[in-house]
Design a protein around this ligand. Structure first.
Ligand SMILES: Nc1ncnc2c1ncn2[C@@H]1O[C@H](COP(=O)(O)OP(=O)(O)OP(=O)(O)O)[C@@H](O)[C@H]1O
Ligand SMILES: [Mg+2]
Length: 279
């Protein structure tokens, strides 16, 4: 099976700073839902920007869908790999919401009918249909975040990287955004999210890669990574609360990762108590 992304021994340094990436290697299979986590400044965004050539490594190489991207322009990669900026305002540039979304596919030479179809579908998906004619910078932060994601998805890339998709969104908006990510994953796309939210990792990611000081310090399924205490300490991360409680009372919660799983694990117990009429 082809890998979506292969990064080999990447080194990168911003001028005058310590290395932001120090020998990072990572292989992401096609169709995987991966979360990249780590403290502020650990190198997550820097790594993600290497995947589509926004940044180029000092040493090392990157392959996307089996092809070395050295010498390939980021714009040429946009239909294969979409990167959504951590700050949507670094991405947004058009005069209206509609134009922002249609720009990508139009630029790729997609037919007019198809451009209109995609734009309409995405406006519905991120619930911005009513704002289609508005000036993007007059929207709230959460709406700008959704617009930035929609304009990346409009190019229908097989690989989608979203840098902190739920920042600026309230709980409901965050859930809706993650449902969009989950749908892309169900559709067979490779999804990489960068997040600080361990509940999101537990709920959605098949694999979590932990960064600290420009290096990968843990990599695996969330349940396996959440027990790696020294790596988590190095990255200043805490597993989700449901997971921590479940570890203290495996008799009650089994191996729950999420609140939903913990509640489900507990249900037979509470039903038993009610039926036993202990009160
Ligand atoms: N444009 C830049 N110029 C100089 N240094 C930078 C620049 N961008 C990032 N850095 C530095 O590189 C390191 C890695 O930063 P990066 O933005 O990749 O971290 P991050 O894990 O994405 O953090 P956050 O969670 O805050 O987004 C940090 O030390 C940061 O200060
Ligand atoms: Mg970042």
């Amino acid at each position: 099976m082809t890998s979506a992304i292969v990064a080999e021994n990447l080194w990168f340094r911003y001028p005058g700073s310590a290395p932001a990436l120090a020998d990072v290697s990572l292989e992401i299979p096609e169709g995987q839902f991966l979360a990249l986590v780590g403290q502020n400044g650990s190198g997550k965004t820097t790594l993600a920007k290497h995947f589509n050539g926004l940044l180029r490594p000092e040493r090392g190489r990157v392959e996307v869908s089996g092809t070395d991207i050295d010498g390939r322009a980021t714009a040429d990669l946009a239909s294969t790999i979409g990167y959504c900026y951590q700050n949507p305002d670094h991405q947004i540039f058009a005069a209206t919401v509609f134009e922002e979304i249609e720009f990508g596919p139009r630029n790729l030479g997609v037919t007019e009918d198809e451009v209109v179809r995609r734009t309409g579908r995405l406006l519905d998906l991120v619930r911005l249909r009513g704002e289609a004619d508005r000036y993007p910078f007059s929207l709230g932060r959460g709406q700008r975040q959704k617009l930035a994601v929609a304009s990346v998805l409009a190019m229908e890339p097989r690989i989608v990287i979203v840098d902190e998709p739920t920042t600026g969104l309230d709980w409901q908006g965050g859930q809706a955004m993650m449902e969009v990510m989950a749908e892309l994953h169900r559709d067979g796309r490779t999804v990489v999210i960068i997040t600080h939210d361990m509940n999101i990792v537990a709920e959605y990611a098949e694999r979590v890669v932990v960064m600290a000081n420009g290096r990968i310090v843990a990599d695996g399924e969330p349940a396996d990574v959440f027990v790696q205490e020294s790596a988590l300490r190095e990255a200043f991360l805490r597993p989700p609360q449901a997971f921590r409680i479940a570890r203290e009372r495996p008799d009650l919660f089994a191996s729950s990762l999420t609140v939903t799983q913990a509640t489900d694990a507990l249900r037979p117990v509470s039903v038993g108590v009610a039926a036993g009429g202990e009160a």
